[in-house]
Design a protein around this ligand. Structure first.
Ligand SMILES: [Zn+2]
Length: 188
């Protein structure tokens, strides 16, 4: 004879896992990278694709490649990117679905992943706010959401750091024409 003793949290977890498995049977979820069926413990990308994604590991280096490129244009403390971008491949596929096929939940997943990466970094400890680059209103109308704002909000949730959405204002359509709303950064 044996007894299985579950505390409140463990029984909740068991119920959640059973419920997730049941939902997976009814509505099978597929991997964003290879479209295979996901197991209940996999979120959006299967374990096999996760190992193949071109992660940068920039969180482990202080002066990484991205930092060295960006510092030529403006002063900065550090820089991070989750993946190397490739024109084709799993990352491009995910970004395309997120940006153009109306799947904002992909941004939340990526934002949480980036948040975990930042939390694991010894170099990215002093972040005061998260500023998403705004979309031009015409693009916003077309797309329905700003992908940077979605990632920012997921990051904010993970890192417990505020999103400062009104700090940057887009004044023209081309990407580089951005204006800082100075009243939000000290009124100078
Ligand atoms: Zn996969």
């Amino acid at each position: 004879m044996f007894f299985l003793i579950l505390d409140k949290d463990a029984s909740k977890m068991l119920f959640k896992n059973t419920w997730d498995s049941f939902l997976d049977l009814l509505f099978p979820r597929v991997c964003l990278g290879c479209t295979c069926h996901l197991n209940f413990y996999e979120k959006m990308v299967c374990l096999s694709c996760q190992t193949e994604l071109p992660l940068t590991h920039f969180n482990k280096t202080h002066k990484n490649t991205l930092y060295n490129k960006l510092k030529l244009n403006f002063p900065l403390e550090n820089a991070i990117a989750l993946f190397y971008f490739e024109k084709e491949g799993k990352v491009a596929q995910m970004i395309h679905q997120f940006k153009y096929l109306g799947q904002p939940h992909i941004g939340i997943y990526l934002g949480h992943w980036l948040g975990d990466t930042i939390l694991a970094s010894p170099y990215l400890k002093k972040i005061d706010g998260i500023i998403p680059v705004p979309l031009h209103p015409s693009k916003m109308r077309k797309r329905g959401y700003n992908q940077a704002a979605i990632i920012a909000s997921a990051l904010s949730e993970k890192l417990n750091i505020p999103v400062m959405e009104k700090t940057l204002i887009r004044i023209k359509k081309p990407n580089l024409w951005l204006k800082l709303a100075m009243k939000n950064v000290g009124g100078r």
